[in-house]
Design a protein around this ligand. Structure first.
Ligand code: TRP
Length: 459
């Protein structure tokens, strides 16, 4: 087994945890989780989501990281190497291709939404420097969405920021971005939760989020909850496999470090929920059906009402943009690492730029689907796709189908293809019973659960 990766290594266990948590914590926690909970009936969705994290997400997260650490290359070449060593089918390399494709697709709309957060940070900055206060939040958000040039501009800025870090490589680029900024975001989120208490509506928010109404659970809710579990942990597209390739071997227990990552990620999503829903309720908005505009329509109301709200708004959206940034780099890294292996390491910059360019162009479809093409929709009620616009469809394909499918294949690969010896060697710190439980979860339980959810949606 190689001790190091040619792309560089995390300088410590702590750096891996920060980078992996930086990848996991992003728009998925603060933008997507609250609005999915809002659209899918609150508590029932949250419960299924937490179940998916524990039973499916965590085992697959361990699998991805250990496959990466064993192979030490980009996902495609890691899988090539392992299938060659073990004499198994080359077809498994498809997981790497699927992952890179999913990454480019996800990045395409992730960058558009990342651009929204930059735009909001900019609005608050202007206001702080003496500009007119923001108007009615719903109108502000609507006017952003209806302006394709503005959206395209911020989408481009966000994509360039992402490309710059990935071009610089592991030590110089990825590590620097995460060291201080993640803790700052956490502090700000905690302050928002405290503000939530002052509105007097915390209890209502908690009821909405944590009291499950089981009659609300249907196929669509199950699929969104599972897709979100994969999305929020950056699973199913070999991001974590790539980050695992840069993880040092000695004395670092994968299950232990990734559990920290998963707990951090889950806590931040729940905190975001507890920060946002009291505000939504206190300002008379409907907690149900908030849609993708939820945080943009609700939080500015609180920033208007609280002392120093403008500073707060700037900090919040600025840090959210940064959290999104430390995630978006992990969407671009797997493909870039592969191209750099293929074309020569000195061509990392060009490789990052090429893939980001492709993703940016695909993102223009999402931009246009918010305004010029907002009427282009699948007719309502046909199937799961009914009523979706282009951006929704890209999201659905990538998040709800490709990620779970990728995760399913990764679980099967780790459980059935990877030899028990390799698996054991990577998980040498685990007690035997836990190791066996994990192995059978990867072999049977996780794939079966994913399959059941996927099949009942298609049928
Ligand atoms: N997990 C990130 C978020 O919650 C998004 C993300 C980064 C991602 N890398 C990924 C999602 C890989 C799926 C796969 O915002």
């Amino acid at each position: 087994m190689d001790k190091t990766s040619i792309h560089g290594m995390w300088s410590s266990r702590m750096m891996f945890v920060l980078a992996a948590a930086g990848s996991a914590v992003g728009l998925g926690n603060i933008w997507r989780f609250p609005y999915l909970a809002s659209d899918n009936g609150g508590g029932a969705f949250v419960l299924v989501y937490l179940g998916c994290i524990a039973v499916v997400g965590l085992p697959i997260l361990i699998a991805e990281v250990l496959i990466g650490r064993h192979g030490r290359m980009s996902p495609i070449n890691t899988l090539r190497k392992i299938t060659r060593d073990q004499g198994s089918s080359r077809g498994w390399v498809g997981i790497g291709w699927l992952g890179i494709a999913a990454g480019i697709l996800i990045l395409s709309f992730y960058s558009v939404v990342g651009g929204w957060t930059l735009h909001y940070a900019w609005l608050y900055l202007k206001q702080l420097l003496g500009g007119a206060p923001l108007g009615d939040p719903a109108l502000v958000f609507q006017s952003l969405l209806s302006n394709p040039l503005e959206l395209t501009f911020w989408h481009a800025v966000f994509m360039l920021l992402t490309t710059a870090v990935v071009a610089l490589g592991v030590e110089k680029g990825l590590e620097r971005a995460v060291r201080y900024l993640m803790p700052a975001l956490l502090v700000l989120l905690l302050l928002l939760v405290v503000y939530g208490f002052t509105t007097g509506r915390m209890a209502d928010a908690a009821t909405f989020l944590f009291r499950p109404d089981f009659s609300r659970i249907n196929g669509g809710v199950l699929l969104s909850a599972m897709g979100q579990a994969f999305f929020t942990l950056s699973l199913g597209m070999a991001t974590m496999m790539t980050y695992g390739a840069y993880l040092p071997r000695d004395g670092i227990s994968i299950p232990r470090v990734v559990t920290v990552v998963a707990l951090t990620d889950t806590s931040i999503a729940l905190l975001a929920g507890l920060a946002i829903f009291p505000i939504v309720i206190a300002f008379g908005l409907d907690p149900a059906g908030g849609g993708p505009g939820l945080i943009f329509n609700s939080l500015p109301l609180a920033f208007k009402a609280m002392p120093f709200g403008t500073v707060y708004g700037l900090l919040f959206f600025g840090l959210l943009a940064i959290a999104a940034w430390t995630s978006s780099i992990s969407l671009l890294e797997p493909g870039t690492a592969y191209l750099a292996e293929k074309r020569g390491l000195q061509r990392r910059k060009g490789s990052a730029l090429l893939l980001a360019g492709i993703s940016w162009v695909i993102g223009l479809l999402s931009v246009l689907s918010l305004n010029v093409w907002s009427d282009v929709k699948v007719p309502a009620g046909i199937n799961v796709l009914g009523g979706k616009n282009i951006m929704d469809i890209v999201e659905f394909l990538a998040n709800d189908l490709m990620l779970p499918l990728g995760g399913l294949l990764i679980a099967l690969f780790a459980g059935w293809v990877l030899s028990r010896t390799v698996l054991r060697e990577q998980l040498s710190e685990m007690p035997e019973w836990l190791f066996n439980t994990l192995r059978w979860t990867l072999r049977i339980v996780a794939p079966l659960l994913v399959l059941v959810v996927l099949v009942q949606v298609v049928s």
